[in-house]
Design a protein around this ligand. Structure first.
Ligand SMILES: C[S@@+](CC[C@H](N)C(=O)[O-])C[C@H]1O[C@@H](n2cnc3c(N)ncnc32)[C@H](O)[C@@H]1O
Length: 240
């Protein structure tokens, strides 16, 4: 079965993603720095600045991986919790820094309603098999007035730019997968997942459909990446 057909159904994508991140966890930080030409740290700093986390805030970092956004949030917030489906990622995060982490699925968050003031996620939304369901869960666990911030790839709208971009990511990903894991498909997942992703504009529309207000998509790297920001509407009569 090809990579593309493996991730073409929600169940197939769920299975593929679980196996993939368990395989690459120990190389994840190196690969992320390499594939982003070192820009990943800058984008994450930008997301944290936009989050404007306050000392009284409770923050949930979804798909927290090895913990970059989680640790940055924890530096200010009253509480910062990281959630990830891959146990090995959380082990690596805890080796870096003491942290409150939970193994779990973004599609079924083990938290009560309105628990968090801020939800962050770095390269998380693109990996879920059911994006509207993930957004509904995020909306549920956010307090009224709470903010969501998500960093991820964009899917260029121009078909020529998109084709060239995905071809480039495929070539680089194949070479890297072969060199590091003996399997060219390992990092070809990135362009294949972008192909199936609705892109920055599509994600913004889904956020609005999920009930978020003040939805913004901030382009990064000339529009190849984006940070989304969105707010859960405050209860009428109360402040944000
Ligand atoms: C590309 S990594 C991002 C890690 C980290 N957020 C960062 O920015 O460096 C994607 C992460 O999403 C996690 N993941 C994938 N599907 C998930 C799901 N349904 N629920 C929670 N985490 C998930 C993977 O285990 C992986 O750690």
């Amino acid at each position: 079965m090809t990579l593309r057909s493996s991730i073409s159904t929600p169940e197939g994508k769920r299975r593929y993603v679980r196996r993939l991140f368990a395989t690459i966890a120990d190389r994840y930080d190196f690969i992320t720095g390499f594939l982003s030409y070192g820009q990943d740290r800058r984008w994450k700093r930008r997301l944290i600045a936009l989050a404007d986390i306050q000392p009284a805030d409770r923050v949930l970092d979804l798909a927290c991986g090895t913990g970059d956004l989680l640790f940055a949030a924890a530096a200010t917030a009253r509480q910062a919790v990281g959630l990830d489906i891959t146990h090995r990622m959380l082990q690596l995060a805890k080796q870096r820094q003491r942290a409150e982490v939970v193994t779990g699925d973004m599609l079924a968050l083990p938290f009560g309603a309105a628990r968090f003031h801020v939800v962050t996620t770095g390269y998380g939304l693109r990996n879920v098999p059911d994006l509207p369901a993930a957004l509904a869960e995020i909306h549920r666990v956010l307090a009224p007035g709470g903010r969501l911030l998500s960093l991820d790839f964009n899917r260029p709208e121009n078909p020529i730019v998109r084709g060239a971009y995905l071809a480039y990511l495929s070539v680089v990903g194949s070479a890297l997968g072969l060199a590091l894991h003996g399997d060219p498909d390992t990092y070809r997942y990135i362009p294949e997942s972008i192909r199936l992703y609705p892109g920055a504009r599509g994600v913004a529309q889904l956020l609005e459909r999920a009930g978020f207000a003040h939805v913004r998509a901030i382009p990064l790297l000339g529009g190849f990446m984006a940070i989304h920001t969105a707010t859960k509407a405050p209860r009428s009569g109360s402040g944000p």
